[in-house]
Ligand binder design. Structure first.
Ligand SMILES: [Mg+2]
Length: 131
């Protein structure tokens, strides 16, 4: 019996959430969608032991994605959760800042659903890095 990995997708654009969920479903990944940083942080607090990865938009109204990234990377309970930035390609500064804050990778928008799924699957099967 295998358990589906759980991925939280955070984006303020409903179409992106819908499309992303569709592709992750195809890959037998359980998806929890959140429309803003506040909702994402609440979800992580409640379900952190079940969550493997957060796919995180940076540009959102209210708190930006960075607040979610910092919450995950600065909390010992959430150490196992990988964070992949989900951002527009031209926003290279976002990617650099995200990496400094501990992001594990990034996917640029617009995205190919197939590539997104492959990238996430690779991240999920990657062995934990030892320090
Ligand atoms: Mg956005």
């Amino acid at each position: 019996m295998s358990k589906k990995p759980v991925v939280v997708v955070v984006d303020d654009e409903p179409d992106i959430l819908k499309l992303t969920k569709k592709f992750l479903d195809l890959g037998e990944i359980e998806t929890i969608t959140c429309v803003n940083a506040k909702e994402a942080i609440k979800t992580i607090e409640e379900k952190y032991n079940k969550i493997s990865l957060v796919l995180l938009d940076i540009m959102m109204p209210g708190q930006s994605g960075y607040s979610v990234l910092e919450e995950v990377k600065n909390n010992d309970r959430y150490n196992h959760i990988k964070v992949v930035l989900f951002t527009v390609k031209s926003f290279n500064e976002d990617i650099q800042k995200g990496k400094r804050l501990g992001a594990d990778g990034y996917i640029t928008k617009p995205f190919s659903g197939k590539e997104l799924l492959k990238y996430i699957q690779n991240m999920l099967t990657e062995k934990e890095e030892t320090n």
